[in-house]
Design a protein around this ligand. Structure first.
Ligand code: AR6
Length: 184
């Protein structure tokens, strides 16, 4: 099993212990992957989210998976893209890191992410992929207990860019450690 992987699919069908939702600060649902997750998880999810009372950009909150296969949903809020000079990369990195820290704190060892901020929020995929992968790979290096983190892209084109950025920036240095069977 690769500790980091990029796959094409519908994250609502994920068999990971936790999936990540690209939500907004209200946590009360929306379009895109957020809408798909709420539809698949059922109305109980909205009740759980209501009780949490929102989430600032760059942070993360945990709910159960309700009717999903995944046991947990980690809701995070990525930044809206305003051209890149308003702290977007730091906020996006923080969103990924917060999700993984929350997962680790709950003993979750497999996490699937959608491509946060690159839909409605308009973050260019190439830049988002670089930020996402840097944050994920740094976390995996420091947390051997995390078995697997995957990017689950809805479209082949998005997955292609995540793979390309991985190969461009990270494969040479990380391959030895990440493209191997997990021994734990
Ligand atoms: N599985 C995996 N990825 C998906 C799925 C799915 N079922 N459906 C869409 N995507 P977006 P954002 C991809 O817009 O940019 C919502 O209204 C999609 O192709 O869902 O962070 C929230 O409530 C894209 O690559 O999230 C917020 O208001 C990626 O998910 C706002 O949108 C993210 O696109 C958040 O915007």
């Amino acid at each position: 099993m690769k500790r980091f992987d990029v796959i094409v699919g519908d994250i609502t069908q994920s068999d990971a212990q936790a999936i990540v939702n690209a939500a907004n600060e209200t946590l009360l649902g929306g379009g895109g992957v957020d809408g798909a997750i709420h539809r698949a998880a059922g109305p109980e999810l909205l009740e759980e989210c209501r009780a949490i009372g929102g989430c600032p950009t760059g942070e993360a909150r945990l709910t159960t998976g309700c009717r999903l296969r995944a046991k947990y949903i980690i809701h995070t809020v990525g930044p809206v893209w305003h051209g890149g000079q308003q702290g977007e990369p730091a906020l996006l990195a923080s969103a990924y890191r917060s999700c993984l820290e929350l997962a680790a704190a709950h003993g979750i060892t497999t996490v699937d992410f959608p491509s946060i901020s690159t839909g409605v929020f308009g973050y260019p995929v190439m830049q988002a992929a670089t930020v996402a992968e840097r944050a994920i790979l740094a976390f995996l290096e420091d947390h051997p207990e995390m078995h697997q983190v995957r990017m689950v892209c809805h479209r082949e084109e998005t997955a292609r860019i995540y793979r390309q950025m991985y190969n461009f920036w990270f494969a040479a240095t990380k391959a030895d450690r990440l493209d191997v069977e997990h021994k734990g």
